[in-house]
Design a protein around this ligand. Structure first.
Ligand code: C5P
Length: 213
């Protein structure tokens, strides 16, 4: 199971808030996993990308929809890769129609969305399936923050990338990342997202080996 793209949280029938994400990283992971012979369910927020060959698509819009689709798909999955840029906040209430524009400011009350990855980590507990892989887009010390998330969310691998780099990340075909696990950290130098997808899946496959049961 791979999640990808942004989630969009509707304010009214016209406006929304969300995260920046082209979906490219998750689509690259899904496409490469299918190429390797896996049955792949790609749970995707709105993107402009083509469906990778051999991948089963589940299209969602909001964090709540992604939460439900990932929960269902993850129930019998060997590996879950959460590459989606899930919105952390959603409007407390969604207004029907269009909120009328007035000269003054508009106040919105935002509430937290469920942390899908954290929940998967908690549900797995001390088990080893599914293998859980998360992403951490950071503008500060990517490695330290990624390691903190590895532990707190109870996942096997965090892919941390520095979003302040102009040559990688958002809307780019390229990415540079640090692959963080309990075994240590590995730098993945600037390269195509398809190559990073392969490196992530190599590690996921190693984590699936029966010796870990
Ligand atoms: O905490 P942060 O958003 O930085 O964590 C990023 C990781 O957690 C990503 O793998 C993302 O897909 C996942 N996530 C999630 N649900 C959220 C927020 C993030 O699954 N509400």
């Amino acid at each position: 199971v791979v999640s990808a793209g942004p989630t969009l949280e509707d304010i009214d029938d016209v406006r929304f808030i969300g995260n920046r994400s082209s979906g490219r990283m998750g689509y690259a992971v899904a496409g490469e996993a299918a190429r390797r012979g896996a049955r792949v369910v790609l749970v995707s927020g709105p993107t402009a990308l083509d469906v990778p060959p051999g991948v089963e698509m589940v299209r969602v819009r909001s964090a709540l929809e992604m939460h439900e689709a990932v929960r269902v798909a993850a129930a019998d999955a060997d590996i879950v890769v959460m590459a989606a840029a899930v919105a952390d906040y959603m409007p407390q209430t969604r207004v029907d129609g269009k909120i009328e524009k007035t000269p003054g400011p508009l106040e919105l009350r935002l509430v937290r969305t469920p942390d899908i990855l954290l929940e998967l980590g908690k549900a797995r507990g001390t088990g080893v399936r599914p293998v859980l892989i998360g992403f951490a887009a950071e503008s500060g010390d990517a490695e330290a923050r990624g390691r903190e998330k590895l532990t707190r969310k109870g996942v096997d691998l965090m892919v941390a990338n520095d979003i302040s780099r102009s040559d990688a990340g958002f809307d780019s075909e390229m990415n540079a990342a640090t692959l963080i696990s309990t075994a240590g950290s590995e730098a993945f130098p600037l390269g195509p997202k398809t190559a990073l997808a392969g490196a992530i899946l190599d590690r996921a496959e190693a984590l699936l080996q029966p010796s870990r049961q």
